[in-house]
Design a protein around this ligand. Structure first.
Ligand SMILES: *Cc1c(COP(=O)(O)O)cnc(C)c1O
Length: 396
């Protein structure tokens, strides 16, 4: 093997290694995943639920950017009962990592080859309509096996699922198909994080009506679920026998008014290192487009992280960071791989110092919610936006 090949092999081996100091010493920017915080959140959620209520940990989109395999394993080890992901390949990734718990695919799968893969990997699909149910039944009949399936009803989200008005015949249709075994019936809220409960209550009422109707017709589903994080925290009558919790696992609240319900700890911290420190003379522009002009000689730190790592460029001149336990302002346009901080009021700041862009230090904290508020979006999108160029480093 030539030198660079050996180097690159050693480097990728190191990337897998979960030791903070070793890993961090080599990174320009990284994400820290606090596994104790995650474990705390899972246990706290589990304690909050009635004893017989199962906790489904939603780990789609690489566990909201946190790393699906690690999050799934930690969640299951701390009281989660089953998992949910969005796509077939996300499910396969978990199976390949040795995870044996039930895994629900929240998205829709239709192609016969994908249906076969679902069966082979023992994943549990969502069935949204009679056509899809037929495709599954015929593929499973060809395989001579049966499959657990979850039926999705649309009660007002207007996304996947059979409209609630047609739900009873849909469920009865699937019930009669060969080789499909109904594992659950579920629906999803559109407004559970809002303090105005009207639409949420209407959706719940429609869902309840379908469940009651099915009961009258002689069908009792083995499992019924409805609640996401917001509904889990705000309305126990939505829990049924399991809840599907995503955001709260990661230590964020779906809405400010839910902060009192349980104590969650943020799991993700975003950090980077200072690459260079220098003084920019008064009147100079900083970064592309000169969107920041120094008013006086200003000490500036160049940090090795940028929009290619998932920091939205729209946060330019608005982002803040914690350096040496103090809050500092980011100045000028955020570039692809680098950004600049105004560190003029810091006395001792060196290349190699760590900058916290999301996280806590010295009672200071910057959250994904702060970014979301500044950008008029939601914390879910911020978390999912971090690129894989940032290694996820697990800490305790
Ligand atoms: C993503 C998702 C969830 C989890 O939502 P959170 O608000 O993150 O808890 C639950 N159910 C479905 C159908 C989803 O798509």
């Amino acid at each position: 093997m030539v030198g660079w090949q050996q180097q690159s092999k050693a480097y990728s081996a190191e990337k897998q290694f979960n030791s903070l100091s070793l890993l961090v010493s080599r990174q320009r920017a990284w994400i820290e995943i606090n596994l104790s915080a995650l474990a705390h959140n899972v246990r706290t959620l589990k304690d909050f639920l009635a004893p017989q209520t199962r906790l489904m940990a939603v780990v789609k989109a690489d566990a909201y950017g946190h790393g699906a395999v690690t999050v799934a394993k930690t969640a299951l080890a701390n009281g989660a009962d089953c998992l949910a992901i969005a796509t077939l390949s996300e499910g396969v990734e978990l199976r390949q990592a040795g995870i044996t718990s039930p895994i629900l695919i929240l998205g829709a799968v239709n192609a016969p080859e994908d249906i076969k893969a679902i069966a082979a990997w023992e994943l549990e699909p969502t069935i949204c309509n009679p056509e899809q149910a037929l495709a599954f039944a015929s593929t499973m009949t060809g395989l001579g096996k049966s499959l657990l399936v979850h039926l999705k009803l649309d009660t007002g989200m207007s996304r996947l699922g059979t409209n609630w008005q047609e739900a009873t015949p849909f469920v009865q249709f699937v019930q009669k198909l060969p080789n499909l075994e109904i594992a659950s019936i579920y629906s999803h809220f559109a407004t559970a994080e809002e303090s105005d409960r009207r639409i949420m209550n209407l959706q719940h009422q429609r869902f309840r009506q379908v469940i009651e109707q099915l009961k009258v017709e002689g069908f009792v589903s083995p499992s019924i679920h409805l609640a996401n994080s917001a509904a889990t925290l705000s309305d126990r009558t939505t829990h049924y026998d399991r809840v599907r919790v995503g955001l709260a696992l990661y230590g964020l609240y779906p809405a400010d008014h839910l902060q009192q319900v349980i104590e969650l700890k943020p799991v993700l911290q975003l950090k980077a290192k200072i690459a260079q420190v220098k003084t920019i003379p008064a009147g100079e522009g900083v970064s592309y487009g000169r969107k920041f002009i120094t008013q006086k000689d200003t000490k500036v730190a160049v940090v090795g992280i940028g929009y290619a790592d998932g920091i939205p460029r729209n946060l330019s001149n608005r982002l803040r960071a914690i350096v040496s336990g103090q809050l500092v302002s980011q100045i000028g346009s955020i570039t692809m791989d680098q950004l600049m901080l105004n560190v003029d009021h810091l006395t001792d700041v060196q290349p190699g110092d760590t900058v916290t862009l999301i996280g806590q230090q010295n009672k200071l904290s910057i959250t994904a919610d702060d970014w979301a508020n500044a950008l008029d979006t939601i914390s879910w999108e911020i978390l999912c936006g971090f690129k894989h160029r940032l290694p996820r480093i697990n800490v305790n």
